[in-house]
Design a protein around this ligand. Structure first.
Ligand code: FMN
Length: 443
């Protein structure tokens, strides 16, 4: 390819799917009769094998290293329990053949030599299907779990992450080649001092594929320099187009080709035979995602007090929150927001729109931008448009039901996409790097 071509983004005309098996979250219905366990191996096996039947590129596990808290106790309404990703993915490698296995692992509390070795192990036993989703972890209270304690400033977290990833890459690069034996990696920097020799050979895909999730300018630049795939938070069409342009610009600035970094946004699909049925299904899904208890517990996080005397189908609480500032230890995403101000805003908004507590919480927690609702054919048409312009390389799907939540996607949406020529009809190869059409790594 000439320099000119490398600088111009070329849509592949295709999209792929990944599945994000979530742990702690309010988007998965765990209380319906058909819901499986979130920790039994059987749930994971059922999901990964369905995904593989649907030719999904990757199976993805997030990481939550500390349980969220609620009024000083573990958050009872969250789904507590998330088996260690590498252990689970190693087990899943033995019941699958082609699907990629992505482990989210943070750079703030791990060590590069140790993590590089464990990821190499997964990559080897899966025949070149491992990936590492590099995260820095945005929740300070997690630090108390670790001997290092403390936390890093946002910008420092990414500097630290970069040093971590570069060290891991050096280790993976140092295995013996026809030209010579494995080399020692001796490196001393601001963040790491290591003297390490790789203990494992390269896998069929050379080294694990690198995913990145993190959306700040620092996170995006880090991805543009280091990642193969971004797990993005920009699924909506116009937003996805804009995000792609931004990543292409950053990739070129980092000296990489325009097509080097793939993008797979988080998404949710609510599908049925007709648009009307799909919209009805959405109402049903939302009502199960946020039940009366979840609605009250959600508000309690911001009010800092028990609100069990309030009717979930009535108006928002008329009393004020007990704290001026919400605390990070509550584990909410609203660190530092002024609780009273927030309460006033929410009451006004709910009153304005005529929403009960439950309706208000549902409207706040629904993945409005990330949800594709409609008939199989309408959604397939819409996704084909993403493929045509190259807005994304695929979607990382969070099923709202485990373990059967992918069934209608695989049975009905995938064939519609294949008919439109925008979805693979077989796995391109046996490695994740090959299946994602990533550039191979030269010796
Ligand atoms: C789609 C997405 C998924 C993420 N998944 C995880 C996760 O499973 N575990 C985790 O600790 N952080 C996760 N993160 C958080 C990122 O690692 C990062 O720490 C955080 O977003 C702060 O970085 P930022 O300011 O660049 O966004 C995720 C972020 C995004 C956007």
């Amino acid at each position: 390819m000439t320099k000119h071509n490398r600088a111009k983004f070329q849509p592949s005309g295709k999209i792929q799917f990944g599945v994000f098996f979530q742990g702690v979250n309010s988007g998965t219905i765990w209380k319906a009769p058909e819901s499986g366990s979130q920790t039994d191996f059987e749930s994971f096996r059922r999901v990964v094998q369905t995904a593989e039947r649907g030719l999904f590129a990757a199976f993805f596990l997030g990481e939550g290293l500390r349980l969220r808290e609620h009024l000083g106790r573990p958050h009872a309404l969250d789904v507590a329990g998330r088996p260690d990703a590498q252990t689970m993915l190693a087990a899943l490698a033995s019941v699958t053949k082609n699907i990629g296995l992505v482990a989210t692992q943070n750079t703030t509390y791990n060590d590069p030599a140790d993590l590089a070795h464990r990821l190499s192990s997964l990559d080897l036993i899966s025949g070149g299907r491992a990936a590492w989703n590099v995260v820095t972890t945005d929740n300070a209270w997690t630090g108390a779990n670790f001997r290092r304690g403390g936390y890093l400033d946002h910008a420092d977290r990414y500097k630290h992450a970069e040093a971590f990833v570069e060290t891991a890459k050096r280790i993976w690069d140092s295995w013996e080649t026809p030209a010579g034996p494995a080399r020692r990696v001796i490196h001393s920097g601001q963040h790491y001092t290591v003297d390490v020799t790789p203990r494992l050979p390269r896998s069929a895909q050379y080294r694990p594929v690198l995913f990145q999730a993190g959306d700040s300018p620092e996170g995006r630049d880090f991805a543009a320099r280091q990642a193969d795939v971004i797990f993005s938070a920009h699924p909506k069409f116009d937003d996805a187009v804009e995000f792609r342009a931004d990543i292409v610009k950053r990739s070129l600035a980092a000296g990489r080709a325009a097509n080097d970094v793939k993008i797979m946004p988080a998404s949710e699909f609510i599908l049925a035979a007709t648009d009307v049925e799909a919209r009805e299904k959405k109402e049903w899904v939302r009502s199960l995602q946020i039940g009366p208890q979840q609605a009250i517990a959600y508000l309690e996080q911001f009010w800092g007090r028990e609100l069990s005397e309030y009717d979930p189908d009535g108006p928002l609480p008329d009393i004020d929150p007990v704290v001026e500032e919400t605390s990070e230890t509550r584990g909410s995403g609203f660190h530092g927001a002024k609780a009273r101000q927030l309460a006033d805003q929410w009451r006004a908004e709910a009153k304005d729109k005529g929403l009960s507590i439950r309706q208000f919480v549902t409207s706040r927690t629904a993945r409005v931008d990330a949800t594709f609702t409609g008939s199989y054919s309408a959604v397939a048409d819409h996704l084909a448009e993403y493929a045509r312009v190259g807005a994304v390389d695929g979607f990382n799907i969070s099923p709202w039901l485990i373990p059967t939540g992918l069934d209608d996607i695989v049975n009905h949406l995938v064939p519609e996409l294949q008919e439109r020529g925008v979805y693979p009809t077989k796995y391109a190869g046996s490695t994740l790097r090959g299946n994602l059409d990533l550039p191979s790594i030269a010796e």
